[in-house]
Design a protein around this ligand. Structure first.
Ligand code: BJW
Ligand code: ZN
Length: 294
């Protein structure tokens, strides 16, 4: 990176009001130049908190790359944004699914109880669209990282199965999988790739089947969450990719990783509530940035 770009970044940060976070990204011939958020660090004199000072650190994509390949344990947390470039709609934002659909009507156990046909029609339309989509460069780069690092865990909030198709192996699906069904009567879980699926679908036992996903107000699987905690608490480096960071407990995994000493790199086209906690935010599309780390 050219030195004058560093100077420009420095100038912008210096002009920013003290004690306010400054954040930005600069584009240079297609490469993302990133810097971490300046942090407020307490200055303690004689045991008394006197003031906050600004700690500034700058990272290039090459610094992140270097860190990645020197890490022993890498954990990746993904959200809908990683699949956006495959054509899968995200939930929030200007063109997100929640613009046209209310989560209360479609993604809660009460919604399914009140109108299983409506909920199944929504999931069926998403399954049909998904059946035509493929993993993108972001998914593929994550699978490649798994092949090259010693300890690797992928925690995804996505239900689309695209990480599997890209070749990722050690995957924790926090919110389930849209290609599985679960019987409300006997609890049996089965893979079902019918697209379209028969509405309403029933189990051999006669019970109504539901998508095997986690809706609002439902507990995440104990074993998935425990594994996700272990992977977040024990990694040296965590990538947080394409999530708005507003749905818990998934979002809290990034904070846990940070608290336990991991270096946290966020990759998103926008800032999120997690940006202030991340060591670095790379602003850009996951499908553009992830392959640059290989
Ligand atoms: C790009 C990009 C590109 C775009 N490159 N980036 C603590 C505090 C407050 C509330 C709670 C709390 N703990 C629990 C709760 C309640 C609730 C919750 O979090 N609510 C908040 C919304 C307020 N959580 C729950 O209910 C969870 N259960 C639970 O905690 O049980 C215990 C409990 C029960 C009862 C009460 C309290 C506790 C369950 C959450 C289940 C979420 N389910 C869904 C649907 C899954 C099935 C389906 O797909 O249909 O999961 S909702 C939806 O949101 C989906 C996603 O996995 C999840 C997260 O969304 P995600 O992935 O972040 O997507 P977006 O669209 O929000 O963001 C996309 C991002 O990508 C954006 O930032 C873009 O900028 C970026 N982007 N293109 C890089 N190319
Ligand atoms: Zn059954």
């Amino acid at each position: 990176m050219e030195w004058h770009i560093y100077e420009q970044i420095q100038e912008i940060i210096d002009k920013a009001p003290t004690f306010h976070y400054t954040h930005g990204a600069f584009w240079n011939g297609g490469y993302v130049i990133i810097h971490s958020l300046p942090r407020r660090i307490p200055a303690i004199y004689g045991g008394v908190l006197q003031q906050f000072t600004m700690q500034k650190a700058y990272y290039t994509i090459h610094d992140v790359k270097e860190r990645l390949w020197h890490s022993k344990a890498v954990t990746v947390l993904t959200g809908a944004g990683i699949s956006a470039e495959s054509g899968v709609p995200t939930f929030r934002g200007k063109v997100g699914l929640w613009k046209n659909f209310r989560p209360e009507d479609l993604a809660t156990p009460e919604a399914f109880k009140n109108n299983p046909k409506l909920v199944w029609e929504w999931y069926d339309s998403r399954r049909q669209a998904l059946s035509r989509l493929k993993p993108n460069a972001g998914h593929i780069a994550i699978a490649e990282i798994e092949r090259r690092v010693k300890e690797f865990t992928l925690i995804t909030q996505n239900v689309d199965g695209l990480h599997h198709l890209a070749g990722s192996k050690n995957i924790i699906e926090l919110h389930g999988n849209i290609w599985r069904v679960r019987c409300l009567t006997c609890g049996e879980v089965d893979e079902n790739r019918d697209a379209p699926i028969k509405i309403l679908p029933f189990c051999e036992c006669g019970g109504l089947l539901r998508p095997d996903v986690v809706w609002f107000g439902e507990m995440l699987s104990d074993s998935a969450l425990t594994k996700a905690f272990v992977a977040s608490d024990n990694c040296d480096l965590m990538f947080v990719i394409g999530t708005s960071g507003v749905v818990h407990p998934a979002a809290s995994l990034a904070l846990r990783a940070k608290d336990e000493g991991a270096f946290v790199v966020e990759i998103n086209i926008d800032n999120t509530p997690l940006s202030v906690s991340a060591d670095v935010t790379l602003l850009g599309k996951a499908g553009d940035i992830m392959p640059q780390l290989l």
